[in-house]
Design a protein around this ligand. Sequence first.
Ligand SMILES: NC(=O)c1ccc[n+]([C@@H]2O[C@H](COP(=O)([O-])OP(=O)(O)OC[C@H]3O[C@@H](n4cnc5c(N)ncnc54)[C@H](O)[C@@H]3O)[C@@H](O)[C@H]2O)c1
Length: 387
Amino acid sequence: MPESLNVGLIGCGNVVQYGHRPAINGLPDIELLALADITPARRAIGKAWFNLRDDQLYADYRDLLAIDAIDAVAITVPQQFRRGIVLDAFAAGKHVLSEKPISQAPAVADELIDAAASAGLKLAMVHNYHFLPEFRQIKGMISAGLIGDLRVATLHFLGVIDYPGAAEYQSDWRHTMAAGGGVLMDMIHAVYLAEWLAGDQAQQVMAFVDAPEYAHRGPVIEDLALVQIAFPTGYAVIHMAWGEGVGGIDISGSDGQIRLRYKQYQSGGFNQPVELYSVDKDWNRSDHAIANLEHHLDSVARSFTELWADFRAAIRDDREPMAPASAGARALQIALGAYISGVTGRVVSLPLDASSPVYHKGIDGIAELPAWDESKTKAAGLFGLRE
Ligand SMILES: NC(=O)c1ccc[n+]([C@@H]2O[C@H](COP(=O)([O-])OP(=O)(O)OC[C@H]3O[C@@H](n4cnc5c(N)ncnc54)[C@H](O)[C@@H]3O)[C@@H](O)[C@H]2O)c1
């Protein structure tokens, strides 16, 4: 058996429970040597999950980074704390697997990419939806030419469940400016999926960004984003919301269509896909069996396990991971571009202009932009635009 990859985990919140825990515990050649979390109760939970000793638990991640035997760390803290930890990890010579989004600001994302390159270390993203069977199958169908050239990929995620963060920490951090955005930023999965399905890099983005669901509580970030993305050829449309709306995927190509539905039209990710079919030019329908349909919740854990196996292989073979940091940086720019569009009422070219305040500060720079008087985002008072 190949030598184990010795890892450390920084942050032990909800995503560890259903994602990183089964991956780390399930892969025989990944060995968790230490865990760091600032919240004592979360360290105690992690100790039990991973069967660790007390001397493997740390309050300060820098003590974990000082352990020579650790080759790589997974950084699973909320995004506002990522920059310093990633830079310290590279300074300590550790490869990094970073949760999404890579950061709240493109300037920071670029800084982290440069730091990884200078250190000669990997910076991989947890873009786990690449490994969910239904999205893999759809990508395979498109790549095989089943629907010809991709024209429009529509990703409906209007029924995203707004899960709180771990109760022992700050369960509401996703609803603060520090999170760098609302449901679109949190569900940036749809953004990188759009780019992956299109097979190219986004050139332009435009959007409506609003907060009807949480209007009663004076929200500072969005709970609804209706986004259109232009690629060199083809388009993607993302309908994203925390709420009860429709989910599923509809893809139109030059020679046919692909459709994916979840049980009760729920949104993708944790829900059960029930129907995947394609239609050819003559409207002949073909049903496609969805892999692992009976055990979809296992698929979520398995997606993280495959992602970790890819990370380990990228280090071992010195190759790019499935989702390198550059993909995380592009997804961040698309999401922020949608926010800029919502505020200014304009189509936004990508990549973002490096002189833009949003490039440097993420949503903290939005209030410096010339807001359109009729902007729904402005009317909702999001991103520091409350009067
Ligand atoms: N890939 C996915 O499908 C997925 C799913 C959920 C969350 N996430 C991402 O994972 C990250 C964490 O989300 P979550 O839902 O687990 O949050 P959470 O609130 O449940 O947990 C956050 C944890 O980080 C710890 N923490 C905070 N600051 C720290 C620091 N400086 N050092 C060490 N520990 C620290 C907290 O004590 C807490 O245990 C976010 O970036 C989120 O976007 C990804």
